[in-house]
Design a protein around this ligand. Structure first.
Ligand SMILES: [Fe+2]
Ligand SMILES: [Fe+2]
Length: 184
């Protein structure tokens, strides 16, 4: 009997891999595989669903090489729309993990944090201080996301750019949760 092909949320994972290889640059494909590996080890560490993690990690940069000018901000939302409309995925957590992978957002879930952190901290990323952030992310997801967003804020301010409202709200939300914890 022919082995059933692996599907996650209805998506044929072999077909998705072929599609990713076709539409992505070699560099982007390698980054995606690296995000996948790091996201899966974080999923194991924090008890997240590994199939959902796999699908969200593989799909997160589906639209990154589209060439549009403001693509840095738009590609997460575009990929999330395609995942829902063309691939028929209706799992809100997977869709949100793809949509908010560059910005984060207030109330982000464990899966969203894992994809966000794996994208920023995968071993292919070599900026200064990345190892410290990587260690932190494996210790505590919320602290990891907060630190990454704070560093992003510093970088953006230095370059005369503004944070997205989603990122600003994510920082405020994480800080208020941290304070509550500190106050017991
Ligand atoms: Fe991305
Ligand atoms: Fe990415």
């Amino acid at each position: 009997m022919r082995e059933t092909r692996k599907r996650i949320c209805g998506v044929d994972m072999e077909a998705l891999d072929r599609c990713l290889r076709e539409r992505m640059s070699a560099h982007r494909y390698e980054h995606t595989q690296s995000v996948l590996r790091m996201a899966l080890s974080m999923a194991k560490r924090f008890g997240e669903n590994e199939d959902k993690t796999r699908l969200a990690a593989l799909f997160h940069d589906y639209c990154k090489d589209s060439g549009a000018k403001d693509n840095n901000l738009l590609h997460g939302g575009q990929a999330s729309d395609i995942l829902r409309e063309e691939y028929g995925v209706d799992d809100a957590d997977v869709l949100n993990a793809v949509r908010y992978h560059t910005t984060g957002r207030k109330g982000m879930s464990r899966l969203e944090m894992i994809v966000f952190l794996a994208d920023t901290l995968e071993p292919g990323r070599t900026y200064e201080g990345v190892e410290i952030l990587r260690d932190l992310a494996f210790k505590d997801l919320e602290t990891g996301v907060l630190r990454v967003l704070k560093e992003l804020e510093v970088y953006l301010v230095k370059n005369g750019l503004a944070m997205t409202p989603d990122s600003v709200e994510a920082i405020e939300w994480l800080e208020s949760r941290g304070k509550k914890e500190a106050n017991g």
